[in-house]
Design a protein around this ligand. Structure first.
Ligand code: HPA
Length: 258
């Protein structure tokens, strides 16, 4: 059974030998995933291009429920996600990587739950939205694969597709956010509702609006490309080496029926 998935925006596609493209019908619509073998292993891994195979779906129209439902349907228990983000924190620069520890939700108009009432009233704990155990493993393994994580980050999710105003970014900074993006929420919430272990790494592509620092765009894009390839290798290595049947976390106990 396929137990691990990588959800990416663009460019994280070189995962090894491709097995098959698989369309999956979900109650929320059709999804296409690519199932591949992990390099140097017989384990299967699912790759999901968040914006669709043609990269044509804007962040506010991504069918997050269909995407997560499809992964769950395939038997996936562990999800490794990457998200492009802007930085609000002078400590974290474009071209660098951060690992998400928590989020603040400023999305406005997205279906963001599987629990609309048919199953009764269900509340999902967001005490640890990003799997603590996967975060620990990623932080431990990254340096061994030549990857520097600049640090931990609180992610603020905005609706998009417009960028934020400078005043909004000042407010988010006061609220303790480190990075801002349009694609992380409700993905992490839906993963938790399904009891999945989900970790997210932010690829910093720019300074958020109004945060003015010098940077060279060509150098940033070079770093972003390098990071995507390095992260793919790191995720593959982790999937290859950890026991996906063993959970040292509480991700699959986050839902409470009231
Ligand atoms: N704002 C929102 N989403 C983003 C940004 C940003 O500055 N950069 C990359 N994704």
């Amino acid at each position: 059974m396929t137990k691990a998935a990588i959800i990416g925006g663009t460019g994280i596609y070189d995962l090894g030998s491709q097995i098959r493209n698989q369309p999956i019908s979900t109650p929320f619509g059709q999804v296409e995933v690519t199932v591949m073998t992990v390099k140097d292993s017989s384990k299967e891994i699912v790759f999901l291009a968040r914006h669709g195979t043609e990269h044509s779906t804007p962040p506010h129209q991504v069918n997050y429920r269909a995407n997560l439902w499809a992964l769950h349907h395939l038997g996936v228990t562990h999800v490794f996600a990457t998200n492009a983000v802007g930085s609000l924190n002078p400590k974290y620069k474009p071209g660098e990587l951060v690992i998400f520890t928590d989020f603040i939700d400023f999305t406005k108009n997205r279906p963001s739950t599987f629990y609309d009432g048919a199953e009764g009233v269900i509340h999902t704990s967001m005490a640890d939205p990003y799997c603590k155990e996967l975060r620990r493993i990623i932080a431990e393994q990254a340096p061994r694969h030549g990857i520097t994580l600049a640090g931990e980050a609180v992610y603020v999710g905005t609706e998009g597709p417009r960028f934020e105003t400078a005043a909004e970014i000042r407010m988010y900074r006061q609220l303790s956010a480190d990075v801002v993006g349009m694609t992380g929420i409700p993905e992490v919430v839906l993963a938790k509702e399904l009891g999945l272990c989900y970790a997210g790494v932010g690829i910093i592509t720019n300074w958020a609006t109004g945060i003015a620092h010098d940077h060279r765009l060509d150098e940033i894009m070079e770093a972003v490309d390098r990071n995507k390839a390095d992260l793919t290798n790191l995720f593959c290595h982790i999937i290859n080496t950890i026991d996906l049947d063993q959970n040292n976390c509480h991700c699959n106990q986050a839902c409470m029926k009231m």
